[in-house]
Design a protein around this ligand. Structure first.
Ligand SMILES: [Zn+2]
Length: 216
């Protein structure tokens, strides 16, 4: 049966909010969980949960965590999309004072997808964990592979960003369009010529100094 889906959508909050990862937590997480360089989630950790510790309050529908590529979502959004998230692993969010914030969860799945652009798009690959991400000048050339959405209508890339099919996008528009927006990405059946899935090796390091100024 032909599918009407010709696009997928990047799912992003209308209001960007940020939460700072607790430096002591970042330094204490096992190297099997997060890459020691780029702080992306290692493939081998799946499906174990990832519990994050922040040093300030979570807010918004999808707060970004500084320094760490772990996607955080509010439970309202997860409840709305729950039938489409069965391949995800969920973890807890601990906020100020180490208390669990019951309104938020971490979420990830493996394998992650890699969007691609045209022949002018470059890719970068972390020298340590080999996670790859694209490095495009402008969004217009970005494409997603149709087959990446054959089994699951919600996928993530290596940074934790979420991409949804039209079926899921319809739910977002109907139920939470004030909170979330959708950025359209054309589906493509093929990678561009010369695509290898591996980019220039890159030493990604957390910017220094990354601790807050009030830290000793
Ligand atoms: Zn890495």
């Amino acid at each position: 049966m032909a599918t009407r889906t010709e696009y997928v959508y990047s799912l992003v909050p209308r209001k960007e909010t940020y939460v700072h990862a607790e430096p002591d937590w970042i330094e204490a997480v096992p190297p099997e969980m997060l890459c020691t360089a780029c702080k992306r989630i290692n493939d081998g950790w799946f499906p174990r949960a990832i519990d994050v510790v922040a040093r300030n309050r979570f807010s918004g529908w999808m707060p970004s965590m500084w320094w760490v590529a772990v996607e955080i979502s509010c439970r309202n959004l997860v409840a709305l999309l729950e039938p489409y998230l069965r391949h995800f692993s969920f973890g807890q969010c601990l906020g100020e004072g180490g208390r669990i914030d019951p309104k938020y969860v971490t979420m990830y799945h493996r394998p992650y997808i890699l969007l691609h652009g045209d022949e002018y798009t470059s890719y970068r690959t972390c020298r340590v964990c080999k996670a790859t991400w694209y490095n495009c000048k402008g969004q217009r050339s970005i494409r997603a592979l149709r087959s990446d959405f054959a089994a699951h209508p919600i996928r993530q890339d290596s940074t934790g960003s979420l991409y949804v099919t039209e079926e899921v996008a319809d739910i977002v528009v109907a139920k939470c369009f004030k909170q979330m927006k959708l950025i359209r990405i054309p589906l493509d059946d093929a990678r561009p010529p010369g695509w290898t899935g591996v980019g220039e090796e890159f030493d990604y390091q957390i910017p220094v100094p990354w601790r807050w100024q009030d830290d000793p």
